[in-house]
Write a protein that binds this ligand. Structure first.
Ligand code: PLP
Length: 378
């Protein structure tokens, strides 16, 4: 059997060797509780704060403005619930139709308790219209929550411009940056967002560790109360995972996004070769403004779930949408929002990672040409 070729890095990434090694001592000998006042606790606390500094550097944030959470979803929900609880008289929220499930489901809950939610539409390329945002703002809008990069089609949204519009009207702005961090440079001071979320397992740290950037902690109401994280997130810190995330951030900083530039070239090469060799290919998303690793690509008449299964039999792993909803037999809400013709063009999502090689991509292309041909002949 061939070696596994993993091309689903927007779903999750492998833990980097360096991250794994950095974590190991904290699963064994460095077991102290960071809240303890004796040395084995204090040493661990210091190490956590080094990790915090690396994570802060990745976002150009102050280390004090970073809290560790259990995942990207928790960061998203914490930011949203803080914004609504700190402004109880305002009952209107603006978000988009293409957000991650952790946002959409939270909005559904808020709707059920009386909030009015505006879900901004996107066009066929998945782009948002800034005028729509401006026109949706109301006297009682308490929060705007919009993602920086989309998990399925890779679109990058103009967060700086949208946060400015929010602040002109005194509205809190939250940004889900789970699919953006590590893929391009992010500067929270330049974006001027109030909250920004991301997740370790998308950047070669383990699953189960997230980050929330909080611009003004005085205005933040925690989701989990407790004294840790300067009273902003209760619960004894997940020390090994925080250390792992700090290492993952350091690897990105040391690399200075060189790998991501190479990834973009590899993704573009892959798309060009596919288009040269297969007829009737359609690529979803804003092709001029996407994350460097993502390709949502469809082959006329070929069902994405069948294609995914046949590719799996060749040990090649892609997805048909976000991992979070791929178990449900419902069309992707992102592609539906793009008014996609899913009967003719149902896409697979190919998302590259920094450990993918050109050889792997060549094997994928060769296999894909054969498999698409075979499925079309059937
Ligand atoms: N937001 C986006 C855009 C995502 O793609 C994901 C995960 O796929 C999340 C949030 C949730 O992150 P986590 O899996 O750490 O909860």
């Amino acid at each position: 059997m061939n070696r596994k070729i993993y091309l689903d890095n927007n779903a999750t990434t492998s833990v980097a060797e360096e991250v794994y090694s950095a974590m190991l001592p904290y699963l064994k000998e460095e077991f102290g509780n960071p809240s303890s006042t004796y040395s084995i606790g204090k040493d661990v606390k210091e190490d956590i704060n080094k990790a915090r500094s690396n994570v802060a550097k990745l976002l150009n944030a102050n280390p004090d403005d970073i809290i560790f959470t259990s995942c990207g979803s928790e960061s998203n929900v914490s930011a949203i619930m803080s914004a609504v609880r700190s402004n109880p008289d305002k009952k209107h929220i603006i978000t988009t139709k293409v957000e991650h499930a952790s946002i959409i489901v939270t909005m559904g809950y808020l709707q059920s308790i009386g909030y009015d939610i505006t879900f901004l539409e996107v066009d066929k390329q998945g782009r948002l219209n800034i005028e729509d945002l401006k026109n949706s703002i109301r006297e009682d809008t308490c929060l705007i929550s919009i993602m920086l990069a989309n998990n399925e089609i890779g679109n990058i949204y103009p967060i700086k411009e949208m946060a400015k519009i929010a602040h002109e009207k005194n509205i809190v702005f939250h940004c889900d940056a789970v699919q953006a961090v590590g893929k391009f440079k992010i500067d929270v001071k330049d974006l001027d967002v109030d909250y920004l979320s991301f997740s370790g397992h998308k950047i070669h740290a383990p699953k189960g560790i997230g980050v929330l950037y909080i611009k003004d902690s005085k205005k933040f109401i925690p989701l989990i109360f407790g004294h840790q994280e300067k009273n902003r997130r209760g619960g004894t810190e997940n020390v090994p995972y925080i250390i792992g995330l700090g290492k993952a951030a350091e690897l990105i900083l040391n690399d200075d996004f060189e790998k991501e530039k190479e990834l973009e070239e590899l993704r573009d090469y892959m798309e060009e070769e596919i288009k040269k060799n297969i007829e009737d290919v359609y690529i979803y998303g804003d092709l001029d403004n996407r994350t460097p690793n993502t390709s949502s690509i469809a082959f006329k008449g070929v069902k994405a779930d069948e294609l995914m299964l046949v590719l799996e039999s060749f040990n090649i792993f892609v997805s048909t949408g976000s991992a979070c909803n791929s178990e449900l037999a419902v069309p992707s809400h992102v592609l539906t929002a793009c008014d996609a013709n899913l009967d003719e063009y149902s896409p697979i999502r190919v998302s590259l990672g920094k450990y993918n090689t050109k050889e792997e991509i060549d094997t994928f292309i060769k296999t894909l040409i054969n498999v698409v041909g075979m499925l079309r002949r059937r």
